[in-house]
Design a protein around this ligand. Sequence first.
Ligand code: P6P
Length: 372
Amino acid sequence: MKWCCLIANSVNIHDICIKSTKTQNSTTQMKTLIQFINEMQTSNPFATGQFTRLLNDIGIASKIVNREINKAGLSHTMGETENTNVQGETQKKLDVFANEQFLNALRFGGACAAVVSEEEDEAIIFDNELSNQGRYVVAIDPLDGSSNIEVNVSIGTVFAIYKRNSEPGKPADETDILQVGTNLVAAGYVIYGSSTMMVFSTGQGVNGFTYDPSVGLFLLSHPNMTIPDNGNIYSINEANYIYFADGVKEYIKYCQEDDKKTNRPYTTRYIGSLVADFHRNLIRGGIYIYPGTTKQPMGKLRLLYECIPAAFLAEQAGGKASDGFKRILDIHPYTIHQRSPLFVGSKKMVEKAEYFMERLSKNFCEFPIKEN
Ligand code: P6P
């Protein structure tokens, strides 16, 4: 710092030094994910350390997935496999790789008794001595938006964590798997984008951690994330317009009207990756809609490992999430890959969309439709 002052007059190095020192200090002052989780554990007298272990295991698996994504173009992991998953989608090699990493991390961590994964037809009940003592179950989309991998667009992992209902010591069962969103103990996502971030909530607000690959740590870069009450970005795939309910069509028209006092017309941004669209709207304000359509009345997204975690985070950040009518977190799942329409984001924007749905599309279809 001293030598900076000596030559400060010449090239303004002083500011650069201060800035870099400040940047340096702020980086070194940033809390790591482990420190953050350990502080949570010490503040909870009933904590056994299993939850800390679980979040840490998810963090480790996401670092391995991140490394593979970052070099996908240079390695054999790009491209498709010959298999299709239960969704009927062709599995990408990275889908399979990510699924394996998270399942292995959770299987041997001793905190998780069962997993529902988008890439697995059935729930995975670990049923080994260690896992049967696990007090948690996890619903996960290991790599959401993987169709964007080869075009280098941000993709993500989405996870939801429940406390098991059945007694530890035995294998988990269906009562542990099909839980309503209000039972969640935590939810989050990892976005593999221009930087890799883990954003999660344990019910006390939302915090974002940026991954620093030079030290292999997630650092608390976005404490107490809150979503603006209103916004001017709407995210929806308008290619499906003719299949939308009238309420959705009317809301899109509302977004496109010219009205300066309500900051319209809005801007449309649709990345085709839930985590990326959700993350932008969380920071800037906005609404993401994947509605039911006449072709797919329950929409495309899965309730357990896409809609519920997104809804939990949105509400924890001060936003809102529904299926256009009902709060997502109040929907009782009846099957693990159940779909649901999703309206999620800034509270006032979701409420406006719900107004049009209520007024014009109340009977668009009786939710939830029992899918075969
Ligand atoms: P569409 C990715 O497949 C995903 O599940 C979400 O991440 C994304 O928002 C949506 O589907 C994109 O679906 O039908 O618009 O291509």
